[in-house]
Design a protein around this ligand. Sequence first.
Ligand code: HEM
Length: 166
Amino acid sequence: MQFILIILRLVHIVAGAFWAGSALLIALVLLPGVRRAGPGGERHLPMAAISQAMGLAALLTTAAGLLLYGLVSRFAGGWIVSPLGIGLTLGSLAGLAAFLLGLLSTGPTSQKLGTLAGQIGAAGGPPRPEQAAELARLQAKLATSSTVSTILTTAALMLMAVARYL
Ligand code: HEM
């Protein structure tokens, strides 16, 4: 049992650090840089690869997190309302919300952006007006969902980091 807990914790924390760290990097560094570069700036970003890597990290974090939650809490009311339980439960809810947002919005939008950027790159030259408009729409949508997702993953990280000291 101890061995399973150690493996789950390693998977959960390493994948979670990658997920939350990537979300912060994208929201605070990459997207502002792309916006400054103007239309077509995202052509230089490997959006499909970023989306796949973050999707896998989110899946591993969430799956291991759910298993850990079941094993650690045994869903006992006394544990859930303890300071540690409250911290981990709120962190889990924030992490689950970020996972669903990624699955339903951030992931699909960044994949569409990657496909469109690839098409524009393959055609050469500046994007057509309708492509530029679609790029702007997708960038705005990605910026919103990525901001919300970054807030949620950072909240999950912070709550889980301090839960056992509450
Ligand atoms: C961005 C998402 C997440 C990050 C960055 C993250 C990070 C962490 C970290 C750093 C710890 C270690 C805390 C410590 O040992 O003091 C931890 C523990 C834990 N996490 Fe997460 N987590 C995330 C999402 C989730 C989700 C979605 C769940 C459940 C649905 C979850 C359930 C747990 C549980 C139950 C523990 C305690 C494990 C134990 O004490 O053995 N986490 N998490």
